[in-house]
Design a protein around this ligand. Structure first.
Ligand SMILES: NC(=O)c1ccc[n+]([C@@H]2O[C@H](COP(=O)([O-])OP(=O)(O)OC[C@H]3O[C@@H](n4cnc5c(N)ncnc54)[C@H](OP(=O)(O)O)[C@@H]3O)[C@@H](O)[C@H]2O)c1
Length: 262
């Protein structure tokens, strides 16, 4: 039987790239999206591109309109996977509320809470649902957080996001500690800026962030992040837990970016 990966928020950008990487390595793939249509589109595309593996999708909002965690939705998804005979060996926590342009003095507290609940609390609920099944079946597994170098470095108007990524790193380490005895590994990939559709459509804004003025001189593409996620998610890293892998072209080691003279 194939191994099975579940990736949250995986219809576009990094999440879709991660889904392609695992499918190409022979994993059955489960993806989530808040939208039914986007979920169906991605599932159809993945099934066509990777006919040798099983692909399933769920329309799942991690956080409800009232900012509570969608515990019922998470429970139903895992129960449905049980019914399909699919056990998630690898969970990739990719979906995130990016909290872009949330400003102190302007945004209501509920915006801050939504970012924390989406990026931290819902991920805890997902890990609990996945890991409890593995423990019951005495199976090993792995969890990979797609975190961010903003866990360590602040950027403007992203207080909630930056806080959430630091919090998610603490969650990663604590889960790695408590789940280690069950053979469940938990690690985090920390991307810097990624060439998403946002980057393509919003080039000036991104350029002003100077993220391409790094020691390596370029930002990451989906493959860079997917390869790092696959390393932690697969047996390639079977003795590694509680670890971080930064994929940011060396951005974080700089005191300041070296901007070339015109
Ligand atoms: N892009 C970057 O430069 C960058 C840099 C560092 C770290 N990261 C991290 O890498 C991961 C992927 O980033 P990305 O830029 O590729 O992702 P993205 O496409 O912007 O977001 C990933 C998915 O998360 C889901 N999502 C967005 N807002 C949400 C919300 N409020 N509640 C629940 N789900 C939501 C969306 O899926 P649906 O709409 O289908 O539900 C979205 O497609 C994220 O964890 C991000 O923090 C990104």
């Amino acid at each position: 039987m194939n191994k099975c990966v579940l990736i949250t928020g995986a219809t576009v950008n990094t999440g879709y790239g991660v889904a392609e990487k695992f499918a190409s390595e022979g994993y059955d793939v489960v993806i989530t999206s808040r939208g039914e249509e986007s979920k169906e589109r991605a599932v159809t595309a993945l099934r066509a591109a990777y006919p040798a593996v099983r692909v399933e999708g769920y329309a799942l909002a991690l956080v409800n309109e009232d900012n509570s965690i969608n515990e019922a939705g998470i429970k139903d998804m895992f129960a449905d996977l049980d019914g399909k005979g699919m056990t998630v060996d690898c969970l990739v926590l990719n979906a995130a509320n990016l909290g872009i342009r949330q400003q102190i003095f302007k945004n209501p507290l509920s915006d801050f809470i939504n970012v924390i609940n989406t990026n931290v609390v819902a991920n805890y609920a997902l890990v609990e649902a996945m890991a409890s099944r593995l423990v019951e079946k005495k199976q090993k597994g792995s969890v990979v957080f797609v975190n961010s170098n903003t866990a360590y470095r602040a950027i403007p108007d992203r207080i909630a996001y930056t806080t959430s990524k630091s919090g998610a790193l603490g969650l990663m380490r604590a889960l790695a500690f408590d789940l280690g005895k069950y053979g469940i590994r938990v690690n985090a990939v920390l991307p810097g800026m990624i060439k998403t559709d946002r980057w393509e459509n919003n080039y000036n804004d991104c350029r002003n962030a100077l993220s391409n003025f790094t020691p390596l001189g370029d930002i990451a593409d989906f493959e860079d992040i997917a390869n790092a996620v696959y390393y932690f998610g697969s047996d390639q890293s079977k003795n590694t837990t509680g670890a971080e892998l930064t994929v940011d072209g060396g951005n974080m080691i700089q005191l300041y970016p070296i901007v070339p003279e015109k």
